[in-house]
Design a protein around this ligand. Sequence first.
Ligand SMILES: Nc1ncnc2c1ncn2[C@@H]1O[C@H](COP(=O)(O)OP(=O)(O)OP(=O)(O)O)[C@@H](O)[C@H]1O
Length: 239
Amino acid sequence: MIHVVQAALNGVVKGVEMKIVLRNLSFSYVSASRERKIFENVNFTFGSDRVYSIMGPSGTGKTTLFKLLSNDLEPSEGTILFDDRDSHTLKPQYVRSHIISRIYQDYLLVPYMTAGENILLSREILGTKTSLEEKENAHHLLDLVGIGNLKDTPVRLLSGGEQQRVCIARALASQVPILLADEPTGALDKENTLKIGELLRKVAHERSITVLVATHDPLLAEEVDEQCVIDNFRINSVA
Ligand SMILES: Nc1ncnc2c1ncn2[C@@H]1O[C@H](COP(=O)(O)OP(=O)(O)OP(=O)(O)O)[C@@H](O)[C@H]1O
């Protein structure tokens, strides 16, 4: 297992660390009929080389935080800095291709493509031919999340937990400094939850990246370096 981990992490640009600074961040959803406040004057820094859990009851704003960080939403007030760069001076496409990789709650896989093809898809969308090394790396990543034997299986034939692990492998394939994982173990059993927690920590430390994990799962939260909770429109570190 260890040599597989090492192989898959090889070739990854190390030292691409980047911290996330939320400065006086406020955000509300506003529609004609109502305003739904999510964040109010949040000041928080997520440092690199670390895995953070983002917890809080359903509807408190975990996914909203990830959408703000990905430039899918714009803060109502305040700023999000990637190191010292204001995220809103950056194009959303640039943020998604160079800064942030996401593991989505609803997977977003192409059902008729295989697990391996789904991992390489972003390269193909960009019209870039995938190298043999990238293909091997994709297979190593599938090994790493425990489904290497399913690399040639169309995703529509995989179980929920297997599809979830394809998403994790896909996110790990991109070499960016920030990884956002939304409920990455929601469909997994205890054993695989612990393995994914361990893997995320290993990746964060070996690549020096910043990993944020939105989760309701106390088991996964135990695996992270720092637990955070969204409460009363703020983000607080749990001592
Ligand atoms: N586009 C939108 N317009 C208005 N309200 C929205 C919109 N998207 C989300 N909300 C509301 O904002 C709140 C926060 O949603 P969000 O998805 O961030 O919560 P969450 O903490 O990730 O929840 P869960 O744990 O259930 O996934 C919820 O009350 C939700 O209904």
